[in-house]
Design a protein around this ligand. Structure first.
Ligand code: ATP
Length: 315
């Protein structure tokens, strides 16, 4: 089984206790571990895969809590870094329609530095780039580019989830698109939401958007469509794989559970060149990943709601 290296942010989500109000009204918050790449690493580990988290947290008690949370979840944190800057904090509230209202105070996540000793670890392994904050400056942004180059040089299977956050890129969406392009060009697998596929391609129509993104370089594309399922686009397969019917209460982390489950299955694939040439088995893998996403929506929180392999098998 291949190792999966997940690079990006790990932060504290302070989640408003009272559902259905926005942050301006919220008074009580619960502390949770968050950050998309950290969720993905946790999803893989919970399903029995081997994942590493590469990111930076503060040397403060919040950083300790985050590192402990990943460690308890069997994620390998030996490559994580800690800095003197405070741990990044996000404040999140679920509004009445189930959407997220959030603001964040950026700290240590931006200080991830490139560690050239890691490059040999990437050899023939899987490297997942999925940070929502990776293109917001700091040494993290530079490290991201250098790790991409190392992943390419070491024949890694490269996975990319842009994790676009509209609040962070108001009026500068075109810059975000430009920064994503080198990752789309080099990725074997891209995971987009519908909004991201449209933004990155400039096309409204899903099939046209995927054609555009394939032409940039991405070989396998999954577009997650919430309760409708996932659109899988490869050179030979273009179809929606329907989701599993559940009663969702919190969709936080569904996308991360989805891509984590998909990467865990890819990590078990002995010959990735064969999978790239004949992507038929991906349909079944996406079906499994849809289950992981669906289960995650049936509980509050991200890491707490991730499924075990047993739960997937039972569904
Ligand atoms: P995130 O907001 O965590 O980044 P996302 O927008 O990338 O998530 P979603 O489309 O919300 O991802 O969910 C990912 C996958 O989880 C979907 O493709 C689907 O398989 C499953 N899923 C999400 N919502 C539901 C739902 N309401 N019912 C069933 N399955 C769901």
């Amino acid at each position: 089984m291949k190792n999966v290296f997940c690079i990006g942010e790990l932060l504290i989500d302070f989640v408003a206790e009272k559902q259905g109000s926005n942050l301006s009204k919220a008074t009580d918050f619960t502390k949770k571990a968050g950050g998309a790449p950290a969720n993905v690493a946790s999803a893989i580990a919970k399903l029995g895969g081997k994942s590493f988290f590469i990111g930076c947290v503060g040397k403060d008690p919040f950083g300790t809590f985050l590192i402990n949370t990943l460690t308890e979840g069997q994620v390998d944190v030996t490559l994580a870094q800690r800095s003197d800057t405070f741990t990044t904090l996000a404040f999140v509230s679920l509004t009445a329609d189930g959407e997220r209202d959030f603001v964040f105070s950026r700290g240590a996540d931006k200080e991830l530095t490139h560690d050239h000793r890691l490059k040999n670890l990437f050899k023939n392994q899987i490297v997942h780039f999925g940070a929502a904050t990776s293109f917001l400056g700091g040494s993290l942004e530079e490290a991201y580019t250098l790790y991409l180059q190392e992943a390419i040089a070491h024949n890694s299977f490269i996975s990319f989830d842009p994790n676009f956050r509209a609040d962070l890129w108001k009026g500068t969406e075109a810059i975000f698109v430009q920064k994503c392009i080198p990752f789309i060009e080099k990725s074997h697998l891209c995971k987009f939401s519908m909004e991201e596929a449209q933004l990155l391609s400039g096309k409204e129509n899903l099939e046209e958007a995927c054609t555009f993104l394939h032409n940039l370089g991405s070989k396998i594309i999954t577009v997650t469509l919430g309760g409708e399922g996932t659109y899988l686009s490869t050179p030979t397969v273009k179809k929606i794989i329907p989701s599993i019917k559940v009663s969702p209460i919190d969709t936080t982390g569904a996308g991360d559970a989805f891509i984590g489950c998909l990467l865990k299955q890819i990590a078990l694939t002995t010959n990735l060149d064969t999978l790239m040439a004949h992507p038929g088995p991906l349909e079944n893998m996406v079906q499994q990943a849809n289950k992981a996403g669906a289960i995650t929506t049936t509980n509050y929180g991200a890491i707490e709601s991730l499924p075990t392999q047993e739960q997937l098998n039972q569904l």
